[in-house]
Design a protein around this ligand. Sequence first.
Ligand SMILES: *Cc1c(COP(=O)(O)O)cnc(C)c1O
Length: 386
Amino acid sequence: MLAPKPSPSLRDWAAAEMEGLKAQGRVRQLLDTTPDEGVTVMRGGRKLINFSGNDYLGLSRHPDVVGIACDALEHYGAGAGASRLVTGNSPYYAALEQALADYHGTEAARVFGSGYLANLGTVAALAGPQDVIFLDKLAHACALDGARLSGAAVVRFRHNDMAHLEQLLHKHRPQARRALIVTESVFSMDGDIAPFAELARLKQAHDAWLVTDGAHALGVCPDVEEAAKQAADVHVGTLSKAAGSYGGYVCAAREVVEFLTSSARSLLFSTGLPPATVAAGLRAIELIREGKVHAARPLEYAGMFTQWLGLPPAQSPIVPLVVGGSRMASFAARALEDEGVLLAAIRPPTVPEGTARLRVTFSALHSKEQVEKLAFLIHSQPWFRV
Ligand SMILES: *Cc1c(COP(=O)(O)O)cnc(C)c1O
């Protein structure tokens, strides 16, 4: 018998893998970028208008949010030091969790290290090997990762296709002990919205629980949040987008949150958030609840933008401009950067093959002139067709 071929060196293996990614236009790079004023950033010595961020309300720069974070930093230090399960809650956690529960109309809430960790830990804890998870094809990677970790059967339904979901429920629900339907309120890469009325009907008819991720709805799509409130059993979200801070959360009935507190591994085995981050999240949620933000503006800008360009009307502050191939999308992004606009190319596997895109997001900090400038620029791009 021949001896097995020895492995290449780790370095050679990684280099060969990178060649493969290069051939597919899938290499990812991290570029040094410094926040400037408002929505502008500095990159490579140039000032760019950022149309790719998720700081929809500009709260990451709000003086009250920054102020409370500075205060917490001075009083309580830079880091949390241990898991909350070990050393307890820093001062702002209880108020933040109460505010989040009130916001989503649930009894309780639990804050996790990030939105990714909240989804991962929640979905993985709520289902097991005898269960089935029905997951929208375009749901965020962290929901899929959580579903895989749970050991449950994972069944993907076509994006927002309720007839397909119903068909799959008929086929797969009867054999399973429990069923979870997992979706997103506002889809992160497409900006469209889950059909909550139909989801509520299906979960009722097929004895399933509904988990929805409202990462991109928080604070900027109140109607969507209201519909989600009526339909979902569990709300997952993040403080990293419209709330301008960092951290994820889950909101649900008290017992559900207590159960997750004792079983979600991404909560148990990870250090708590820095106190300044928790404080910033709290103040941001308060500002949103008190209506002290320009909540309607991002969606208004998105609506103007889609109207000017003859695109389907925006349903959220996210507008996808599908280019097609990964390399084309990267070229398109670079051409726009030359014009002073930061619009990142979103490529597979983040989005399905053949749908690489520029994903435009609007912030309350943009000016109308900046939105007009972007629409004009997009209109003149060779790849742009309605
Ligand atoms: C951004 C995002 C997350 C992850 O949240 P982080 O706080 O950035 O980890 C989860 N779900 C969706 C839908 C998202 O868009």
